[in-house]
Write a protein that binds this ligand. Structure first.
Ligand SMILES: *Cc1c(COP(=O)(O)O)cnc(C)c1O
Length: 365
């Protein structure tokens, strides 16, 4: 498959398109992973990352994909109690599987794919006691559903000792996330989604309660132990060798993100979502039976999962778009035949998205 698409045509819901300047920032000589140069680099990255997460706390930079930090979340956030896993799609299901694979007793609270969890119901469940942590996926990339993270966090804060562990891989840098204000105990993202970086890095913030919990947790392994990770960060160091080339890319991309402004970045994503939802309405009005998988009010600003008319297969739509020079996401696992996904996230704008939707309209008509 040719990979030489022009810029602005790659709309996968991760990895996302990476700007040329960010790609080329990686082509710089190595520096040692101990010493002044790397400390200066890590220190300067902290400033930008804190603005992305809206936090005063250090932002952990992990050389792993986001799944690594999902594992870190449950390894450090649980010390003998149970995990309540909120499941509404593939990535939230993965979070529950990770909790179980790490040996934690896990209660899976599953709603339909595409659905969301009611904060009042969560309050009742937590009131039964015995939980150390709640896992949640903020923006379910498999379905395009968005959980009301602020409301969920408010409920979890009422339950002493319960850590809220948040996969916001397609949330952070694409939609509102206020780490400190909302009292998130652990919130993580990956480099290759709304941050529009190459894959290979992930980022998280741990609350002080989370670090206290981590100090009590046993069997948390070595690589993802938050205590040494955060301790090293105090001196702008990392316990093991970081992906230095990716840090160069991050440095460049943070400059670009901050030049735009984080709230403006959220607004741009919201505008792309609106354009996509309006397009669905227009298509329906013209007799093409497309729809949006996630319910109104709970739709992610970074990814839309579009249901296809009866008899139109997802892979054939993805293929037809590819022939027209556009890459969109297929439906995820059980949704593969009946849906496609548009990752309107990262550095994309309304111009190219509009052209993509025109093309998709032609394919579907
Ligand atoms: C992509 C994604 C992940 C997994 O990220 P990796 O970087 O592939 O490990 C987890 N959760 C969500 C919501 C995602 O979109």
């Amino acid at each position: 498959m040719p990979i030489d698409l022009p810029p602005g045509h790659f709309f996968l819901p991760g990895p996302t398109e990476v700007h040329r300047d960010v790609l080329s920032a990686q082509v710089r000589p190595m520096i040692g992973h101990r010493g002044r140069a790397i400390q200066d680099l890590l220190a300067s990255l902290q400033g930008g990352l804190k603005q992305v997460f809206i936090t005063e706390q250090p932002v952990i930079v992990s050389t792993s994909s986001a799944t690594g930090l999902m594992e870190a979340a449950v390894r450090n956030g649980v010390a003998g109690g149970r995990v309540l896993s909120l499941v509404n799609g593939a990535f939230s299901a993965r979070f529950s599987e990770i909790a179980m694979a790490c040996g934690h007793e896990t209660e899976v609270w599953a709603v339909d794919w595409g659905g969301f969890h009611d904060p009042a119901d969560l309050d009742e469940r937590l009131a039964r006691g015995g939980f150390d942590a709640v896992t949640i996926t903020h923006s379910e990339t498999s379905t395009g559903a968005l959980q009301d993270l602020a409301a969920i966090a408010e409920v979890v804060r009422r339950h002493e000792g319960v850590m809220l562990l948040v996969d916001s891989v397609t949330g952070v840098a694409g939609t509102e996330v206020r780490t400190d204000d909302w009292g998130l105990d652990f919130v993580l993202t990956g480099s290759q989604k709304a941050l529009a970086l190459p894959p290979g890095l992930s980022f998280a913030v741990a609350s002080s309660a989370m670090l206290d919990r981590s100090a009590q947790a046993t069997d948390k392994g070595y690589y993802f132990d938050l205590v040494p990770l955060v301790k090293a960060l105090e001196n702008f160091q990392t316990p093991s060798t970081p992906a230095i080339s990716l840090l160069y890319a991050l440095e460049k991309q943070l400059e670009r993100v901050l030049a735009e402004g984080i709230e403006q970045r959220w607004a741009r994503h919201a505008a792309m979502q609106t354009a996509t939802l309006d397009w669905v309405d227009d298509m329906r009005a013209s007799g093409v039976d497309v729809g949006v998988f996630a319910p109104p009010g709970h739709r992610s600003p970074t990814v839309t999962c579009i249901t296809l008319p009866e008899g139109v297969s997802g892979p054939s739509v993805v293929g037809a778009m590819r022939e027209r020079g556009w890459v969109i996401g297929g439906g995820y696992s059980r949704l593969k035949e009946t849906t496609v996904r548009i990752g309107h996230m990262g550095d994309h704008g309304l111009d190219n998205l509009g052209q993509l939707l025109d093309s998709l309209g032609e394919v579907l008509r």
